[in-house]
Design a protein around this ligand. Sequence first.
Ligand code: PXP
Length: 257
Amino acid sequence: MTRLYINIDHVATVRQARRTDEPDPVRAAVLAELGGADGITIHLREDRRHIQDRDVRLLAETVRTGINFELAASAPVVELAVELAPMQATLVPEKREEVTTEGGLDLGSPIVRRAVGESLRRLQAQAVRTSLFVDPDREALDRSAELGADAVELHTGEYANAAGDAEKGAELARLADAAVHAHALGLAVHAGHGLTYENVVPVAALAHVEELNIGHSVVSRSIFTGMERAVREMKEIVLRAPERVSRPGRWSPPLGF
Ligand code: PXP
């Protein structure tokens, strides 16, 4: 059964818009768990634009499912992850100017490989399950396996942004091939970025994909429905995805509620 991890960064984005104390991502995590989230994902960015150190520390004490801590492979934030030893850490690339994470880790670069390899070793020494956010390319997956990651998170942004059925189909085929290849290498397969109530079904139904990380779409819906319900609705779509895909006529767009 595919696990649904809810990324609550954008609850903190709203709070930081006023530099105040609401809405609190710690409360959002409680409601996401009540709605059926299998885990809580947070990204502590170097520029602290949304999640703050205080959030990470409080969530580490209060989350009952498990935390997937997204972080860059850079010194101070890796120190914090090593100290808190979350259930899982996902290493991601980070550029100061980007609006959100753009693309997977550049594992073709020896500098990136060295930083990632060192971070993986430090996290794994604390029994943290490790994942690398990568593009759905065989070479990136081969390198992830060589580096000794436990899992890869396939970047679904290109799929989400694809215009038209042909382009979407091609991106989905890339993801399907990457999932099979990663699994054959012994890597657990996660996926995320840009997934919505409308586009998640084909990805959630892919063979070997065992975890999805979804943030923006769920936080957006939660403004209107509340967090608990927004998560429950996404969870139902994800859990029913294999059944819907095996009977395609039943799920043709629109997919949501
Ligand atoms: N996975 C990773 C590695 C991410 O960086 C993000 C965005 O923070 C997500 C998943 C979630 O993406 P979205 O907010 O578009 O659902």
